[in-house]
Design a protein around this ligand. Structure first.
Ligand SMILES: O=C(O)CCC(=O)C(=O)O
Ligand SMILES: [Fe+2]
Length: 305
């Protein structure tokens, strides 16, 4: 890590549970991904493009299956940029820094395209732990998660920017270490909420114990393209979301053929020099992925035997 700027971000993530990183990725890095999203999801939804508001018995937003459409999981039916952004070296460096650990795993990577009118995207404040662990968020920050939302298109408040609450504000309302926000406290949390609105290429980093919520799309004909990308320490079996190995029929070659050993290690693939790599496993793996450049793995083995 270099520079005070990043140190300040790391400190803020630790102290407040969330940090917004405007323009983390350049336009050159995001443009090809935007084009893939445009091809895959289009630029308009299934409805009129007018804001949809679903009346619920709570005035504080609700989860609804319609919010969770236009999503896909790594590997993507897009180019190399789209397939490797979740494992971008700068993202990995930041996740390692935040988790205070060199060995980290990518445990979640999904796209999400939202369109005004396709759903009422307003959610109550919550922490993302109920489908990331069978337990609760750890007290030790390095046993928690780093969750990134990458903005592929600009995200304004009218385009459903995530809203979040700093830890000290949340704990003042809910009590220290709280991970749930009952309906009677939702209004108070809204009074101290912050918006994660930012340009395309920006990233919001939060964690498994950070209070946040999705907000509704109100810009007529609006669209929001994001990717959700989450990391944990490699040795943390308490956290999970996707099982990469399960998606054998998906376009893994985009990741395998272009990922570095460091990037592939974040998916659980043993690094060069790991005892997993023997002449036999090297040969069989190269046969399975003929275009994977396995030179680093071969070189490391050659040094050992
Ligand atoms: O998409 C967003 O802005 C946040 C959504 C969210 O927090 C969730 O679905 O858990
Ligand atoms: Fe969430």
């Amino acid at each position: 890590m270099s520079g005070d700027y990043q140190r300040q971000h790391v400190d803020q993530w630790h102290q407040q549970g969330a940090v917004l990183l405007p323009n983390f990725f350049s336009a050159q890095e995001i443009d090809p991904i935007y084009q893939d999203y445009e091809r895959i999801y289009g630029t308009s939804g299934i409805g009129s493009g007018e804001t949809l508001r679903v009346a619920t018995d709570v005035a504080t937003g609700a989860f609804h299956p319609k919010q969770f459409t236009n999503m896909d999981t790594l590997p993507y039916e897009g180019g190399v940029a789209m397939n490797l952004i979740s494992l971008h070296p700068r993202l990995l460096a930041l996740a390692s820094e935040l988790l205070e650990c060199e060995k980290i795993h990518l445990y979640q990577s999904h796209t999400w395209a939202k369109f005004t009118g396709d759903a009422d995207y307003d959610q109550p404040f919550h922490c993302d732990f109920s489908n990331h662990t069978l337990t609760v968020p750890a007290e030790d920050p390095s046993q928690r998660t780093v969750n990134f939302v990458i903005y592929i298109s600009p995200v304004t408040d009218a385009l459903g920017a995530m809203h979040y609450v700093h830890k000290d504000d949340a704990y003042e309302i809910l009590g220290p270490g709280a991970v749930g926000a009952p309906p009677e406290h939702q209004e108070a949390l809204r009074e101290v909420q912050r918006s994660a609105a930012a340009p395309a290429g920006s990233v919001i980093a939060y964690s498994i114990d950070t209070f946040h919520r999705g907000t509704n799309m109100t810009a007529p004909g609006g669209m929001r393209y994001t990717m959700t990308v989450s990391f944990k320490r490699a040795d943390n079996a308490n956290i999970g979301f996707h099982v990469w190995q399960h998606a054998a029929h998906r376009p893994w070659h985009q990741v395998m053929d272009h990922g570095t050993p460091e990037q592939l290690a974040c998916l659980g693939i043993p690094v060069p020099g790991d005892p997993f790599w023997t002449p036999r496993t090297l040969g069989q793996c190269q046969k399975r992925w003929p275009d994977w450049n396995m030179q680093a793995y071969r070189d490391a083995l050659a040094q050992i035997i």
